[in-house]
Write a protein that binds this ligand. Structure first.
Ligand code: HEM
Length: 449
């Protein structure tokens, strides 16, 4: 297969490492994927001091493996991050540690096992078709908007029986505001003033958080301890069996918020970046379309298994644009990472954004090339150089759900239209929490012959 030849957008890189204060002002303070130096994509380790915080950024896959897997017990979710996200997702699965985390993970894991996810493919296909029904035959569409509508409908239907309060445009706006505010909230937390709201974005974010918390509190309370007959209901019942009543109620709300947020925004971004890459590489798009046409009319539950090349495209889009571009840990006791001492209380920051484009780990790292993920090339990779879903015991519980959902939706979209990039339109990246295109992502659609 010839080289795809498409180098999708990424922010410019500096020749030198930026000064320490660049973490606090300007675009870099708000947007995690800007301001990186070329050296970051070639070296293995950085240690920085941000006021009271010492932050380690390892990039060698062995060091990542140590943090996430072999010495995972020594690395907890950082207290500073927990304080930041507590108003939104409390002590739910994403932020809990220790025994509480173990119990919660045991409760929800069966709902995300392959058999349970396969049963949702019909619902996923329906949401995909609702999206294409709104597109013109030919014209320009914001793929990010369609993707968000689809994944929001799926999470609301699959986990919350389609509660209409979670599917409104208002709910969508509030989630976006809550996530976009995270950049300035992080800054305030580093400054030691977590409640400080520095910008209008921060105030909109606080309103978004309040809306989500209040709506989900109403939904959980209305269900009562019996819960009801869906994912939320099962979780409420299991939590009541394992935790005291008031803690169970709070954890039910925390996890409703966790799954509602973590469960759709990330996958929407994965879809958006996949279509962007395909729109830039017509050859890969044609190959994917042939595969989809041969596969789409069979059993919907096994459709994702019949789409190996589309899976390679998704994997490659998740490499170039990891929807979670960073996540952090706090060392509980002293450790060594890649020959560097890490003290208890210091932060270790894991950066899929940098790891996935590291020049010593990937050939032609910025190029879109789905053939990197051909099955016979898996042996060329270290298990911890590609971590869009994290790794080790805290690996994304929704990884299978997200992968199946993305493949089903992409298949329906590719079958329905051809995608191309509109000339002259720049794509800008924004990463407060998730990696999304700023101001949406516009592509041209045309009928498939
Ligand atoms: C493409 C889509 C997705 C990506 C890229 C993604 C990425 C991640 C990553 C990197 C982590 C690990 C964070 C860490 O170690 O600190 C994580 C954890 C998690 N994800 Fe996802 N995620 C996706 C979709 C989903 C979906 C669909 C759900 C639920 C429906 C979900 C729910 C969660 C939860 C609850 C955790 C915490 C797990 C734990 O700590 O035990 N995610 N995700």
């Amino acid at each position: 297969m010839a080289q795809a030849g498409f180098i999708p957008a990424h922010p410019p890189r500096r020749d030198r490492v930026g000064p320490f204060w660049s973490a606090f002002v300007g675009e870099h303070a708000r947007n995690a994927v800007t301001g990186w130096s070329n050296a970051a994509f070639e070296d293995w380790y950085t240690k920085r001091k941000l006021l009271r915080l010492t932050v380690h950024i390892p990039r060698h896959p062995d060091a990542i493996e140590r943090v996430l897997l072999t010495n995972a017990a020594n690395y907890a979710k950082p207290r500073i991050v927990k304080r930041l996200i507590a108003p939104l997702i409390g002590n739910g699965l994403l932020s809990a540690d220790g025994e509480s985390w173990r119990q919660q993970r045991r409760i929800v894991a069966p709902s995300f096992a392959p058999g349970a996810v396969a049963k949702l493919t019909g619902l996923m296909a329906q949401a995909a078709r609702e999206g294409t029904a709104k597109w013109p035959q030919s014209g320009t569409v914001d793929i990010a908007e369609t993707a968000t509508d689809a994944t929001m409908a799926i999470i609301a239907r699959a986990l919350f029986s389609g509660d209409p309060r979670l599917m409104t445009e208002d709910a969508g706006r509030h989630i976006t505001a809550a996530l976009e505010a995270a950049g300035s909230a992080r800054l305030a937390a580093i400054l030691g003033m977590p409640g400080l709201r520095l910008t209008p974005t921060a105030w909109a974010g606080a309103r978004g958080q309040r809306f989500l918390r209040e709506t989900l509190t109403d939904i959980v309370r209305e269900r009562g301890p019996e819960g009801g007959d869906d994912f939320l209901g099962g979780m409420i019942r299991d939590l009541h069996e394992r935790f005291p009543r008031s803690e169970a109620l709070k954890l039910a709300i925390d996890n409703a918020a966790t799954f509602y947020l973590a469960g759709h925004e990330t996958t929407a971004n994965a879809l958006t970046w996949s279509i962007y890459c395909l729109a830039g590489d017509q050859q890969a798009q044609d190959r994917a379309c042939s595969e989809v046409r041969a596969a789409i009319d069979g059993d919907p539950q096994t459709l994702p298994d019949r789409l190996p090349f589309l899976r390679q495209i998704l994997d490659e889009a998740l490499r170039l644009y990891p929807p979670a571009p960073r996540f952090d840990r706090e060392a509980l006791s002293d450790d060594m990472l890649d020959g560097h001492p890490v003290r208890a209380g210091e932060i270790v920051s894991i950066w899929p954004w940098v790891l996935h484009r590291h020049r010593k780990l990937w050939d032609d790292a910025d190029r879109f090339d789905p053939d990197r993920f051909a099955p016979d090339r898996e042996r060329e990779r270290h298990r911890f150089q590609y971590i869009p879903f994290g790794g080790g015991p805290r690996t994304c519980v929704g990884a299978r759900f997200a992968t199946v959902e993305a493949l089903v939706i992409l298949a329906h979209w590719i079958a329905a239209r051809r995608f191309a990039l509109p000339p002259g339109r720049e794509v800008e990246l924004s990463a407060a929490v998730t990696l999304r295109p700023r101001g949406g992502l516009w592509v041209e659609v045309a009928p498939r012959d």
